[in-house]
Ligand binder design. Structure first.
Ligand SMILES: NC(=O)C1=CN([C@@H]2O[C@H](COP(=O)(O)OP(=O)(O)OC[C@H]3O[C@@H](n4cnc5c(N)ncnc54)[C@H](OP(=O)(O)O)[C@@H]3O)[C@@H](O)[C@H]2O)C=CC1
Ligand SMILES: O=C1O[C@H](COP(=O)(O)O)[C@@H](O)[C@H](O)[C@H]1O
Length: 636
């Protein structure tokens, strides 16, 4: 973080402590941010020693966005200072949005930050546990719950339709900043959020509404097809966003959140979504407090839980029991954002809306199915070495759900429960995975590599396996899985290989690659989303030569639209109450059941994954595993 500061220097100018504005400020209106750099931070900010860092941002949006980045830098400085235990107080002024809705104006004029100054530590007296040392240093950023004096006199009441409050619990975390808030904004931009929307960020840090807005603003973007009025909409969206410091006692924190939401909702019908973007260890505490203290009685309440959904079958069962003692099943949305990809939603469309595929979809015509999720070095995944690994993180939810959607019987309707009923039947029909049909790998990384290094860890970064669905439709068809990180190529696809043509008259013309000359349906997510069908075809010209080209529906050529992020897709599903892409508790348990023999064996025998070259093709054993199950290898 610190070494990258120079890259932020462009919108800032340096000046002596008595700050004078540049003659031509970049902001159209005075939007000034000043920061007295900590003397101790000079190692990191050597070029800024003893000075104030002043931001005269560019246009309103630019200014706001860089300000958000800057707040982030400040927070990190502050945390570092706290660790060193000799930080200094910082002070800076906020950028205030010019265009605010009446609600924001009202709330702000009644809040303790009404004058527009954000004095992060010095002026935030009310119940803050930030300790100011005699020398002005701060020893903690966190504090007890802070209630800003939001007035109850303003509400959504009288506006048409039910209101929707979305609380992001863990609002200052990486997921919230980089995915959830941007997805919410994209939905807001496209008109998918109701007019009466309130968004609440909740965590334990001591921030004001305005500070959260500035942090969020630094990650919001306007998509290519979202250019019109994007800046204005961004400002309105931000003005509907509020922050609550829940403190360490979530009971009080959640009651405060409830009060805040009630003030805004008034007496009218009100719905609430709670997105739990908190570490696993905080989940139970947060959900119990939320269940008791923050649910509305005037509409529905839905909670979104992030993966991983437990560590193994027993821990997941415990978590599920705890959730089900507080919420009804239909309130719970277990989100795996990989399932929000267009490819996944399209699986059922291809299967059930096309006659060409429907009659072929069984063991009679399908020879094998390959589900591949390879990540290259460009994709960072940080959670693997907290012990979860690729099986618990990706195979358990994403891969098994993909197989369930691909293999299920036609549901009686598109209703979420009808689809889940069919998915769970597939998951229950999958044979428990044999450790002998599994390959575990771990990439070899060293300190300089741009990936997590897992010294002495048994956590797999690569998994390959063959599984079988013991039912009438799929008996004997191998479903082979490959999921890995740090590989040569980013490739996410499903390959469905069909049987040989019986008594094929052209067998001799297809040549040595007869096996590869079978028809294949390839559903590709990355790189370059596409649907491909491999067919045998006559090469034009004299004689009778065949090849096996692909009919190619390449999305970027066909559809000139930007594909929404998967979080957008799934958040919209939650708002709509469509739960078919979210795992129900029985699906969750069935998925653990499939993997338990492998996970137990790994834990019991401390199985060491096979090491593979970072940026390579993964453990070589996969070729043999594929061959054992009669699956021709699909080249990377
Ligand atoms: N990052 C990602 O891309 C993905 C993350 N996930 C999952 O999402 C969850 C969050 O991930 P991520 O954002 O990366 O994690 P971070 O550690 O970056 O953020 C966690 C957030 O939770 C808050 N928090 C921590 N403890 C509590 C508590 N007891 N009460 C209230 N708030 C708390 C933290 O703020 P504060 O300390 O101020 O309270 C912070 O805002 C994890 O479960 C992770 O497995 C899943 C898929 C992808
Ligand atoms: O949850 C995860 O997702 C990311 C891929 O997400 P994307 O939206 O950036 O494609 C993946 O890299 C990571 O391994 C996994 O844990």
């Amino acid at each position: 973080m610190f070494t990258s500061l120079p890259s932020f220097s462009a919108p800032f100018s340096l000046s002596e402590p008595s700050v004078s504005r540049p003659t031509t400020p970049l902001c159209s209106t005075p939007r000034k941010v000043s920061l007295r750099i900590f003397p101790d931070a000079v190692d990191n900010f050597h070029s800024l020693k003893g000075r104030r860092l002043v931001c005269y941002g560019g246009g309103a949006k630019l200014c706001r966005r860089f300000y958000g980045l800057k707040l982030w830098i400040l927070e990190n400085i502050n945390l570092q200072q706290r660790n060193r235990k000799h930080g200094r107080a910082i002070e800076f002024k906020s950028i205030r949005s010019e265009e605010k809705d009446p609600l924001t104006n009202h709330l702000e004029t009644t809040s303790s930050f009404g004058e527009g100054d954000i004095r992060l530590q010095n002026e935030h007296k009310a119940s803050s546990s930030t300790h100011h040392q005699p020398d002005g240093s701060i020893t903690s950023m966190e504090s007890k719950p802070v209630v800003q004096a939001h007035s109850s006199s303003f509400s959504f009441e009288g506006r048409e339709g039910p209101s929707l409050c979305i609380a992001v619990i863990g609002a200052t975390g990486e997921l919230a900043r980089t995915k959830i808030f941007p997805a919410l904004f994209a939905l807001y931009y496209s008109g998918f959020l109701p007019e009466n929307i309130g968004i609440f960020g909740y965590s334990r840090k001591n921030l004001t509404d305005e500070e959260l807005r500035n942090i969020i603003a630094s990650t919001l973007t306007c998509r290519i097809d979202h250019q019109q009025n994007c800046g204005d909409k961004m400002d309105i969206f931000l003005s509907r966003t509020y922050y609550l410091n829940g403190g360490y006692d979530n009971v009080q924190g959640m009651s405060k959140l409830n009060t805040l939401m009630e003030q805004i909702e008034g007496e009218s019908e009100a719905n609430r979504i709670f997105y739990l973007a908190v570490p696993q260890e905080a989940l139970l505490d947060v959900t119990s407090s939320l269940a008791r203290n923050a649910q509305t009685q005037k509409g529905w309440n839905r909670i979104i839980i992030e993966k991983p959904f437990g560590f193994d079958a027993p821990s997941s069962h415990q978590l599920t029991q705890s959730l089900l003692s507080k919420f009804e099943e239909k309130q719970i949305y277990r989100i795996d954002h990989l399932l929000g990809r267009n490819l996944i939603e399209n699986l059922t469309v291809l299967r059930f809306a096309n006659l060409v595929f429907q009659p072929l979809w069984s063991r009679t015509y399908i020879r094998n199915v390959q589900v591949i999720l390879s990540e290259d070095l460009g994709v960072q995944a940080r959670r693997y070495f907290e012990g979860y690994g690729v099986i618990r993180d990706i195979v358990h939810s994403h891969i098994l759900q993909t197989i369930a959607l691909l293999a299920m019987e036609p549901p009686i309707s598109l209703d979420g429960e009808d689809i889940r009923n069919e998915k769970v039947k597939v998951l229950r029909s999958i044979r428990k995975m044999e450790p002998s049909d599994v390959i575990l790998g771990q990439y070899k990384a060293s300190a300089g590599d741009k990936v997590d290094v897992c010294w002495n860890s048994l956590t797999p970064t690569f998994f390959a396996a063959a599984l079988y669905i013991d039912n009438a439709r799929w008996d004997g068809v191998p479903f082979v899985i490959k999921a890995g990180l740090g590989l040569i190529k980013h490739r996410v696809e499903i390959r469905i290989q069909f049987q040989h043509v019986p008594g094929n008259l052209y067998r001799d013309r297809i040549g040595h690659t007869f096996d590869l000359g079978t028809n294949e349906l390839i559903l590709r997510d990355a790189p370059d989303e596409a649907i491909l069908v491999r067919v045998n075809n006559k090469i034009p010209g004299l004689g009778l030569q065949l090849d096996s080209p692909e009919l190619n529906l390449l999305y970027k050529d066909k559809y000139k639209v930007e594909v929404p992020d998967s979080y957008e897709h799934l958040l919209l599903d939650v708002i709509d109450g469509d739960n078919h892409l979210f795992m129900r508790s029985d699906e969750l348990a069935a998925a653990w059941n499939i993997l338990s023999p492998v996970l137990n064996e790994m834990d019991k025998k401390n199985i060491v994954p096979e090491l593979y070259q970072l940026g390579g093709r993964g453990p070589v054993g996969v070729y043999y595993l594929w061959a054992k199950h009669g699956v021709p290898w699909a080249e990377d």
